[in-house]
Design a protein around this ligand. Structure first.
Ligand code: PRP
Ligand code: URA
Length: 209
């Protein structure tokens, strides 16, 4: 059941290359993350269910398609997830939003939760969990476990970059959760960073290093 979708659209690939460059300044990096998030969101939402409703055009009454069911819920893994969240909200302005505060312990690379707030009815909504980097996948696996504990069943995961190790771990732990990424890189270094990667996503989005 596990699926990996690499969004290889030329615009996504071009923007990703600009993000990888060490000389790309913070403001441009942040803008690029937002743009790529919108393009990833377009692919991720391709399979959403539609229903028909009656509307009036200026000329006549007709039946037209609208999204079916409850609005999506975007769940951002803080803090770098908020970069992707902004672009997804440009595409899905009515989406509900949840936040999971996780940071990687630099020694163990295990995620430490410090915040959790999601819509009370998350179980009834399609969920997209967003985080730019799928490295060891410890963070993503924990975030998806957390929303599953609250009853979410229809879940997708979106990132900018993934390591092969992270993809294997995530699809093994959550085979029901499709993973969308702009690229799968070579692998991880000794500190759990993706190579060639783009560095520390949070630091690059927020200019903290
Ligand atoms: C980064 C990134 C992911 C995590 C990925 O967050 O945004 O959440 O690392 O690594 P993993 O797949 O090995 O878990 P970080 O812990 O640096 O926190 P930040 O977003 O606050 O910068
Ligand atoms: N987190 C990041 O921000 N970058 C990586 O390469 C790995 C984890």
């Amino acid at each position: 059941m596990a699926s990996l979708v690499v969004v290889d659209h030329p615009l996504v690939q071009h923007k990703l290359t600009l993000m990888r460059m060490r000389t790309t300044p913070t403001a441009e990096f942040r803008r690029l993350v937002r743009e790529v998030a919108l393009l990833l969101g377009y692919e991720i939402t391709r399979g959403l269910a539609l229903t028909e409703t009656e509307i009036e055009t200026p000329l006549m009454t007709t039946r037209a398609k609208v999204l079916a069911g409850k609005k999506l819920c975007l769940v951002s893994i803080l803090r770098a997830g908020n970069g992707l969240l902004d672009g997804m909200l440009d595409l899905l302005p009515s989406a509900r939003v949840g936040h999971i505060g996780l940071y990687r312990d630099p020694a163990t690379l295990l995620p430490v939760e410090y915040y959790y707030k999601v819509p009370a009815d998350i179980a009834e909504r399609p969920v997209i969990v967003v985080d730019p980097m799928l490295a060891t996948a410890n963070s993503a696996v924990a975030a998806v476990e957390r929303v599953k504990r609250d009853g979410a069943t229809d879940i997708r995961f979106a990132c900018l970059l993934a390591a092969p190790e992270g993809v294997a771990r995530m699809t093994g732990a959550h085979p029901d959760v499709p993973v969308y990424t702009a690229a799968v890189d070579q692998g991880l270094n000794d500190h759990g960073y993706i190579l060639p990667g783009l560095g520390d996503a949070g630091d690059r989005i927020y200019g903290t290093r």
